[in-house]
Design a protein around this ligand. Structure first.
Ligand code: EPU
Length: 435
């Protein structure tokens, strides 16, 4: 089993280049199924989730050609809706975007129930509500999702849809489905995340007519077809946030390059409250932590609020801050605090009560063997390992590789002592003597 071995106590210093946004890429790849032509996607992050989605696209008949590690050309002129790579689909969350793109392209869809990080119940009722309103009721049987347009012409038809919950996934999925529907769709109470805007920009560059992405009302005039083109994905907001927070937690100084500073306002504001200096440049941010970090409170919210995906990383920085900090997780109901248990193994005495976590830092963290419970919790444990005295082993690193391109290489370039080590899976069992 591969693990990260981290020898703690360094201050991260130097420059790091941010890759393309995972949560935009994982929407854009399934959306490419709508394009009756060749689309070139640039600034694609090299992570296991995008690789899996490209395989799924290929299983639907797309010709997928890697031009270089971050550029792919996808030709969806001769695609079909059946026989998708269901094994890969059930392992990742974003496979649910194929419901929207298959319905848009073929008028029918079959996918698996989505997989992905496990932090409690992650319903898809708002996706179902959207597809149903567009004329395609959704049916779940034997772990598969089936949907087919029940209209006379076999196409989706535009509708007015109010989302009961602000959902990135549902907003994106309904936009994908609606962009080739007959007539106009209006989606209210939309998510406003940068990756929602990026997905809409990608589709518009291929001939779609989507307006208002980035606000809470998105209007889509259905078009007959989408044409090929070229599109570069935006930089990853959460990857950038992770390095900014890691720089702060390790009392380092890091220039985080290839970012859109506006997308990071929520992170920069919190770090400044924690006595960290953040300087913004046109496409980079410099994070410098020279003083003892100080407490603050964090409440996760949909964009432009503080992102739930940065909650685990900032927990670690708050564990190194003086005073009582309170974190409130308000995007996910249940279980996005698993990293707190792992931090306890390293010496932090954190109180969790429902959606609230209370930290009274600074804690002196000590190296331990800990789990990457999910993607962001895993990144958080790596930051904790960098702050801790002694050696930390982070297990289940496949979660981290789902979403961070070359995490180890980028951290090493900043001075971290981190390596991938391979431990044999089968530990010989000690023999028991039976009396
Ligand atoms: N929700 C519903 N019904 C739905 C959909 C969502 O109740 O039909 C609830 C969820 O349970 C949650 C809230 O709405 O409480 C927000 O969920 P959302 O739909 O926004 O999340 P998602 O689309 O499943 C995406 C990202 C997540 C990120 C969230 C929130 C992708 C593939 N995933 O998930 O990213 O946490 O938005 O910003 O885009 C990650 O990158 O580590 C990650 C988990």
């Amino acid at each position: 089993m591969e693990k990260y071995e981290i020898k703690g106590g360094c201050h991260l210093r130097g420059e790091v280049e941010i890759s393309g946004a995972k949560n935009a890429a994982v929407a854009i790849i399934p959306a490419a199924l709508l394009v009756d032509g060749v689309c070139r996607i640039e600034n694609l992050p090299e992570i296991s989730d995008t690789e899996a989605l490209l395989h799924i696209l290929a299983s639907l008949g797309a010709k997928v050609k890697m031009i270089d590690p971050s550029t792919v050309e996808v030709d969806c002129r001769h695609v079909h809706w059946e026989n998708a790579d269901y094994d890969r689909m059930r392992k990742i969350r974003a496979s649910y975007y194929f419901i929207g793109s298959m319905l848009g392209r073929f008028g029918k869809a079959q996918t698996t129930m989505p997989g992905g990080c496990n932090f409690g119940v992650r319903p898809i009722d708002q996706h179902v509500k959207g597809m149903t309103a567009l004329g395609a009721p959704v049916d779940v049987r034997n772990g598969y999702i089936f949907s087919e347009a029940q209209t006379e012409d076999g196409r989706l038809h535009g509708a007015e849809i109010y989302l009961d919950k602000v959902s990135v996934g549902a907003t994106i999925n309904v936009i994908i489905a609606a962009c080739m529907a007959e007539g106009k769709t209006v989606i209210e109470n939309c998510a406003r995340e940068p990756h929602v805007v990026d997905l809409a920009n990608f589709l518009n560059s291929m001939g779609a007519d989507i307006r208002g992405a980035g606000t809470d009302t998105v209007k889509i005039n259905g078009v007959k077809s989408l044409h090929g083109g070229s599109y570069a994905i935006i930089p990853d907001q959460i990857e950038a946030a992770t390095y900014m927070i890691a720089a702060a937690a390790t009392q380092g100084e890091v220039l985080v390059k290839n970012v859109i500073p506006k997308h990071l306002d929520c992170i920069s504001a919190k770090l400044r409250e924690m006595s960290v200096t953040v300087e913004e440049y046109p496409d980079s941010v410099l994070v410098r932590a020279r003083e003892q970090l100080t407490k603050t409170n964090v409440k996760t919210q949909p964009y432009p609020g503080f992102p739930t995906d940065a909650q685990a990383p900032i927990s670690v920085a708050l564990s190194q801050s003086r005073g009582v900090s309170i974190i409130t997780e308000s995007v996910y109901d249940g279980n996005r605090y698993k990293h707190m248990n792992e931090l306890r193994k390293m010496g932090a005495t954190i109180t969790v009560n429902g959606s609230t976590a209370v930290l009274e830092g600074p804690y002196e963290l000590t190296g331990a063997t800990v789990q990457a419970c999910d993607l962001r919790a895993g990144a958080a444990m790596v930051i904790a390992g960098l702050c801790a005295k002694g050696t930390t082993y982070v297990e289940d690193i496949h979660y981290i590789e789902r979403g961070y391109q070359d995490f180890v290489g980028k951290l090493r370039a900043l001075g971290a002592d981190i390596a991938i080590v391979d431990f044999p899976d089968d530990v010989e069992e000690a023999e028991l003597s039976v009396v």
